[in-house]
Structures are given as structure tokens and as C-alpha cells.
Write a protein that binds this ligand. Structure first.
Ligand code: CTP
Length: 394
């Protein structure tokens, strides 16, 4: 971390919620942060530079062409320990997601490698638009923390999701970022994700519903905590994560091959993938005609986890099992049988777990009572599992 560790850039987008950021700025200063405000030019329609200068005690510029000799965008980016963008409009989010640099704020964002918290506020229709949602998803995949706006009444009189969150909620989110640890620096983390596909013929396969979101969340979280991460990804529609080496595979046997290549150099393996338990005995070379498509003979796939843990040294291995909450005992047996150190019982009794953003279940560890995980995001679970794995790694 450079500088004082307490240098914050507050980027302000051109929305009516800009006035609420004045309170955020004051609370940040109360907490001992030095804040430089970088408003977008259009945001000055809502709150003027004079207000920001008075509240921050610092000069405010919006364009790269002001004070050119100081190369402001680079010096600001270097000095900042954290960047908060509040409010972030749909347009500002789109510009950041697109890598644009057409005002001082977007230049600073592009030039910075500090954690960035984005606090969107806009009309619900704009927030829910597919373009905005895709931009938000792409920013999150790149490690930006993008808050969800609050639900409630908007300036237009409409009600929905789009309100600027309360200052307290933004500060909570900001604290989580400032306290985020780099405790996996120097560690290698291997993650499997998605669902394997077993070919029947050149067009058909046996697959499963796994979205890959949980595995990606583990990979992203581990990378944020400083780990060198390799992700073995089977068939998910998710974008590759920046800074994560990704090996794309299709079938269980390809996944096993990749695991065997990577496992010996790994400190922590998180086996989040849903591996097909069986595959067709034969894969037809050409498409099977419908009158012959009446029967598929299956053979059992190897248990990848059991195979790989037989070569286990000091590695910590985390397994997953989708079960109903009554199955803690059988999950406990799986933990032992598969040679894993930790197993997350993904409670599927409520249904609707695939492709979901949240999860609930139990963390099982040898010799310890099951730890209940109440409904939470897949990112939070990822951090919890990494905490446990790190503890065991010693
Ligand atoms: N797993 C694996 N190889 C397989 C099947 C599963 O490595 N052929 C891994 C999964 O990635 C997961 C764990 O084993 O981490 C538990 O998966 P699960 O499907 O619950 O286990 P199964 O042994 O297939 O048990 P069940 O009979 O309940 O399907």
C-alpha cells in the first residue's frame, strides 16, 4: 500500500444523488481519511466545485487538461489507496466498463490499481437494463466492488431499485474493502468450477446445471487476497477473470488431466465443479440418427477428488456436496471418503440453487461441529472457505 494508507479519491458522477455524497465525504474525513474529490464535468450541474473544495479542503479538477504539467491523472492514481465512485450513473459505469478515459475521473480509474468501490444510483429502469447489468457484471468480474442500489422511491416519483444507499451502508462496504487482507500472498490456489460434459456424439452430451458461479467466486476472492490462482473451468458462460490463469475443459477426464498437472504445485484446492458421475461407454463419431437414439450405455467416471487426494501432501483440499440439510451425516462421510479437509454442504432443500447468486448450507471440518452458513452471497462463502483453508494450511 502506498502513501499514508488513508488517501481516498471520491469520484462523483452526474446524478442528483451527488448531494448525498457530501455527507459521505464528511463521514470519511471524520474517520481520518484524506479525500480528493474528482467530479465528472456533468456532476457539477448538481454540486459545484466550490462545495467539494470547501468540504474536502482540496483543489478540485475535472479535466485532464487542467494543470497538465502535474500529470494529474497519474499522480492522483498513484497517491490514492482507495477510490469510491458515488454516485455512479449508468453512463459512468458504462464508460468505466468500456475502459474509456474521457474525463479526469475515468483517466484516474484506468491508471489506478487500488481497490475501487462503485455506488450506483439511477432510475430503476436504467439499473435493470440489460446493458447496465452486463456492465456491472463485467466490472465485478474484474474485481471492482459494485454495490446494489437501495430499493425505494426515486426523484421521478417511481419506486424501485436505484436509490443511492444510506451513508452507513456505503461506509460498511468501504470498511470491508479497507480491511480486506492480502493473506494469500505467495500461496497457490487451484479451483475447479462449472459442470463437466460427457459427449454422446458430436452434438449431444450429458451435462448438468452447474453455472460455475461458486468456483469463479472462490477464484476471484483468492486472487483479491493475493493468491496465484489457476481455475479449471468446465463449460460456464462466465467471462475469464483478469489475473486468474484459466484452463478451459469439457469432460471429467480433461478435468482430471488438468488437476493432475496442477495439483502438486498447489497449496489449496477448491473442488467446486459438478463432475458427471458417468459417461457414455462409447462416443459416436457421427451424429446418432433418431431411430437409433434409444439407449446409452454408461460407465462410471473416476472420482476426481478421490484420485487426486491419493497424491496429497501438505495441500488443503476443499470439497463441495449438494445435499439437503438432513444429509449432514452423509456429507461427513463424503469428506472422509474423498480425502478432503473441508467440505461445504450446499443445502439444496429449498430448490433453486443453480445459477443463483446466493447459497446456504454447512461447512464440515474433521473433528469439528458443522458450521451453519445462513443465506449469503457466493463471494462471502468463498472468503469463509478460504479463511478455513488458510487456517488449516498453518
Ligand atoms: N467429485 C469428483 N469426481 C466425481 C464426482 C464428484 O471429484 N466423479 C467431487 C465434486 O467436485 C465435489 C465432491 O466430489 O467436490 C462431491 O460431489 P458429489 O457429486 O456430491 O459426490 P458424489 O460422490 O458424486 O456423491 P453422490 O452419490 O451423492 O452423487
Amino acid at each position: 500500500m502506498h502513501g499514508s494508507g488513508r488517501e481516498v479519491i471520491l469520484g462523483v458522477g452526474g446524478g442528483i444523488a451527488a448531494y448525498k455524497s457530501c455527507d459521505l465525504l464528511r463521514r470519511l474525513r471524520d474517520r481520518g481519511y484524506s479525500v480528493t474529490v474528482v467530479p465528472t464535468p456533468s456532476s457539477l450541474n448538481f454540486v459545484g466545485a466550490a462545495t467539494w473544495e470547501a468540504l474536502s479542503g482540496r483543489k478540485v479538477t475535472t479535466q485532464v487538461f487542467e494543470s497538465v504539467e502535474e500529470v494529474r491523472h497519474i499522480s492522483l492514481a498513484k497517491e490514492a489507496n482507495f477510490i469510491i465512485i458515488a454516485p455512479a450513473t449508468a453512463d459512468l459505469i458504462a464508460r468505466i466498463a468500456g475502459g474509456r478515459a474521457d474525463d479526469l475521473l475515468t483517466n484516474v480509474v484506468l491508471a489506478s490499481d487500488s481497490p475501487i468501490l462503485i455506488v450506483p444510483a439511477m432510475h430503476p429502469q436504467m439499473w435493470n437494463d440489460a446493458a447496465t447489468q452486463a456492465n456491472v457484471e463485467s466490472l465485478r468480474a474484474r474485481g471492482y466492488v459494485v454495490m446494489d442500489p437501495d430499493v425505494g422511491a426515486l426523484t421521478s416519483g417511481d419506486v424501485g431499485q436505484g436509490r443511492f444507499p444510506e451513508t452507513a451502508r456505503i461506509l460498511d462496504e468501504f470498511s470491508a474493502i479497507t480491511q480486506s487482507k492480502m493473506d494469500l500472498l505467495g500461496k497457490k490456489v487451484l479451483v475447479t468450477s462449472g459442470g463437466t460434459r460427457e459427449a454422446i456424439d458430436p452434438v449431444r452430451f450429458i451435462g448438468n446445471q452447474s453455472s460455475g458461479k461458486q468456483g469463479y467466486a472462490v477464484a476471484r476472492s483468492a486472487q483479491q487476497r493475493g493468491a496465484e490462482v489457476t481455475l479449471i473451468a468446465a463449460n460456464s458462460n462466465l467471462q475469464d477473470l483478469v489475473g486468474v490463469r484459466t484452463i478451459h475443459v469439457e469432460s471429467a477426464s480433461e478435468m482430471l488431466q488438468a488437476l493432475q498437472q496442477e495439483f502438486s504445485q498447489t497449496d489449496i484446492l477448491v473442488m467446486a465443479a459438478a463432475v458427471a458421475d458417468a459417461r457414455p461407454l462409447q462416443v459416436a463419431d457421427s451424429k446418432i440418427r433418431k431411430d437409433q437414439f434409444t439407449q446409452i450405455t454408461l460407465v462410471e467416471n473416476p472420482d476426481l477428488l478421490r484420485t487426486i487426494t491419493q497424491t496429497k501432501g501438505a495441500q488443503v483440499v476443499v470439497a463441495f456436496a449438494a445435499e439437503t440439510s438432513e444429509d449432514v451425516a452423509s456429507a461427513q462421510e463424503k469428506l472422509v471418503a474423498k480425502g478432503a479437509d473441508i467440505l461445504y454442504l450446499n443445502d439444496i432443500s429449498g430448490g433453486d440453487i443453480f445459477n443463483s447468486e446466493t447459497t446456504h448450507g454447512f461447512i464440515l471440518i474433521h473433528g469439528k461441529a458443522p458450521v451453519k452458513v445462513a443465506q449469503t452471497t457466493k463471494d462471502t462463502l468463498a472468503h469463509q472457505l478460504l479463511d478455513e483453508a488458510l487456517l488449516q494450511l498453518g
